[in-house]
Write a protein that binds this ligand. Structure first.
Ligand code: 13P
Length: 255
């Protein structure tokens, strides 16, 4: 049985005080980590403070991107070694906004996954299609290519611990959620790709999240689906009560 994982992706929201207040409130009120993993992915700038506040709680702290090199002349970047040195547990890689605005390629995502592994940071690997790709029946090809390239070169044991997030680009921040059936279908395709690359055991171990306008009103239906093991949440992760409601939905799945 896969443990649900609910991750908030705060993107470029929240000031320092707002982030601290949120984590203080949420860290104390989470369900047990035996039932659900709860993660907040904040700006790297706040990560050291947030990991310190969350240290004795069930809340894990993640970053939203990183470089694949450990150090070097890369002005403005954050390295995996730097993130690991401040206690980061997870990192979001290949988010569609990074791919679109910062030219993050499948090859770069693959290198970043290797770098995350080297530092014991769990990668949350994002994939997903545009509206045009969906309307022209290219969803399966797009997602299969992204996942195949991201996972190239890793062992089954390594892949089993990865988290994959299926985020259809047309559903991000639009209020338009994919139906639970649409989301499950693509998460199932991703699992099939992993079974082809590795084996059924590995495919059944990998946790696959859905992301795109997830909120408390639709999370139960999504999590009830066979291949959906959690959510990567933008807007609805910004308020403590809203984020907690999503984590609680995750905790109920295996009750
Ligand atoms: P929304 O939940 O705001 O649609 O954002 C989804 C997302 O991009 C999470 O990474």
């Amino acid at each position: 049985m896969r443990k649900p994982i609910i991750a908030g992706n705060w993107k470029m929201y929240k000031t320092f005080d707002e982030a601290v207040t949120f984590v203080e409130q949420v860290a104390e009120n989470l369900p047990t980590a035996q039932k659900v993993d709860a993660v907040i992915c904040a700006t790297s700038l706040f990560v050291p403070t947030l990991t310190a506040i969350a240290q004795d709680s069930e809340l894990a702290i993640g970053a939203q991107t990183m470089h694949y090199e450990n150090e070097g002349a890369f002005t403005g970047e954050v390295s995996p070694a730097q993130l690991a040195s401040v206690g980061v547990d997870y990192v979001v890689l290949g988010h569609s906004e990074r791919r679109e605005y910062y030219n993050e390629t499948d090859e770069a995502v693959n290198k970043k996954v290797a770098a995350a592994l080297a530092h014991d940071i769990v990668p949350i690997i994002c994939c997903g299609e545009t509206l045009q790709e969906r309307e022209t029946q290219q969803t399966a090809t797009k997602v299969t290519t992204q996942i195949t390239k991201a996972l190239e070169g890793f062992t089954a044991q390594q892949v089993a611990h990865f988290v994959i997030a299926y985020e259809p680009i047309w559903a991000i921040g639009t209020g338009k959620t994919a139906t639970a059936e649409q989301a499950n279908e693509v998460c199932g395709i991703i699992r099939h790709v992993i079974a082809d690359m590795y084996d059924e055991t590995t495919a059944n171990a990998v946790r696959i999240q859905y992301g795109g306008s997830v909120k408390s009103e639709n999370i139960d239906e999504l999590l009830a689906k066979e291949h959906i093991d959690g959510a990567l949440v933008g807007g609805a992760s910004l308020e403590p009560q809203s984020f907690l409601a999503l984590v609680e939905a995750g905790a109920r799945v295996n009750d």
